[in-house]
Design a protein around this ligand. Sequence first.
Ligand code: FAD
Length: 368
Amino acid sequence: MTMKVVVVGAGIVGASTAYHLARAGCAVTVVDRADAGRATAAGAGIICPWGSAIEDVASYGLLAGGARYYPEFVAMLEEDGEPNVGYAAVGGLYVPSEPRELDAVERRVRARARTWPVGQVERLSAAQARALFPPLHAEQPALYVSGGARVDGRRLALALQRACVRHRARFEPGSAELIVHNHRAVGVRVAGQAIEAEIVVVAAGAWAPAVLEPTGVRLAVAPQRGQILHLRQPGMDTAGWPVLMPLNSYYLLAFEDSRVVVGATRETGSGFDYRMTAAGVAEVLNAGLKVAPGLASWTLEEIRIGFRPIALDDRPKLGPVPGIDNLIIGNGLGPSGLTMGPYCGSLLAQAALGKAIDLARFAVVEHA
Ligand SMILES: Cc1cc2nc3c(=O)[nH]c(=O)nc-3n(C[C@H](O)[C@H](O)[C@H](O)COP(=O)(O)OP(=O)(O)OC[C@H]3O[C@@H](n4cnc5c(N)ncnc54)[C@H](O)[C@@H]3O)c2cc1C
């Protein structure tokens, strides 16, 4: 018998989970409310965890596992008729302002290269680095890592939706409320209509605590606003430029259409205040232009705003909910959800299918 699954949320986590489940033959319905500030539509798209300062082994495994999974995932989507999701293995440049930070990041990257697909690692002079990313500061040396990549979150989420539909999944726009009977999730209600399911996956990003509230489950996740800027210089061939990581909370990356994205604010405690602010825009522009002053004359084309679902203990929240049967959560991917999302979706799909998969390190929830 075909298993019926409802997925709440069509961001990267929900869309990837739905895709893996639909591919496995489940009857999947995805409900999405398209909230302003959904993170996947605003995310920058850097996939380069090799120099990350994260030390927690389980969390790093998820992050690096996410980056490693991308080529396989993108190939699967291509097989399903989606050849262009804005993914490219463009490589990464670490460009810290303090030269001695290059030594520290090089040690981390080289250690990880023993286990993960870090690729080629090389110190570059300022001139070599600038040849790869022309607007870069003229005196900025760098560490190059060939295994860095980027993806367009918006394009990827839409491609996943289409691929899901090809595998007979259904998309239902609207706001979902959980239906729980006798400590068992049995479906959701959308605009007064019940949609029944054997498994409900809640992948509702920063809004998930509200979805779970009526069940008494407290998900320790909060929104963190990010303001992110898109600059353009028509005619500039930016397609192959590497991602730039200054090793503070800012970064730059390029896409095919003569575009450079500069991110981002990290506004803890922002709530769902969907606004761009004078200070936020100034902060990101100043940080970006310090690293890449050659962008000063580019057009500031767009400002996006997203709410990262931040886990209060910094650990992703993945898997079943103790005390409520047939309910699975995918959340808390914070600033790295575009990196981890596809892989987490595959893990959540396996959990939904009842496969033995150990997600204990990412256990979800406290009851109120
Ligand atoms: C500025 C910025 C830059 C970032 N840069 C990067 C980066 O470079 N690399 C990286 O790896 N990650 C990055 N991220 C993080 C990444 O974007 C997020 O971690 C990821 O997109 C979270 O995905 P999600 O599916 O959990 O949530 P979301 O994408 O927010 O999706 C949740 C969805 O659930 C829907 N929903 C909520 N409640 C309901 C309901 N009751 N009924 C129906 N639908 C509902 C919402 O409308 C929404 O569509 C960045 C994020 C931001 C904001």
